[in-house]
Design a protein around this ligand. Sequence first.
Ligand SMILES: [Zn+2]
Length: 192
Amino acid sequence: MTEPGLPEIRIRLPDWVASAVDWDRVYSVVADRMRLAIQLARANVEHATGGPFGAAVFELDTGRLVAVGVNLVTRDQNSTLHAEMVALMLAERRLGHYSLASPDGPAHELVTSCDPCAMCLGGALWSGVRRIVAGAGRVEARRVGFDEGPVFPESYQYLRDRGVESVRGVLGAEATAVLELYRERGGEIYNG
Ligand SMILES: [Zn+2]
């Protein structure tokens, strides 16, 4: 039983996500997976529910969609609710396990509309995904005012050495356009 008065955190995707995602669709090619992440990022800006970032977790081989995430930092006043973290947490909830790397189950990948920050790169490593696919680059994110924190080329090598591949710059122009849309709308910059 929950003790009354103890703090509790609830993470809930915005209502618009329900009609924005086709859960039955199979995303067989990487570009389609990225298009979903970018579409989520753009809708998050248009609905003013958070920062200009979207992410999704897929089964690596089949393209089955497992979970989606959008940035909820400003809405929930929570600096850890980056799109990648939300997608990873919801994927683990759906699988009922803290690791997406079950030896008996399919491998998973994280697809994100922008290069992950230090927290999300670490979060992706601990989640057990086998691949990270990113859209906009850190340079583009910084131009808008967002900082990735301590992410270095060695960070990606560290992940590679542990079996986590990275593919970056997928549909980078489309992903960057969402960052610029956020800036044009005067969206809040919450780190850096
Ligand atoms: Zn992040």
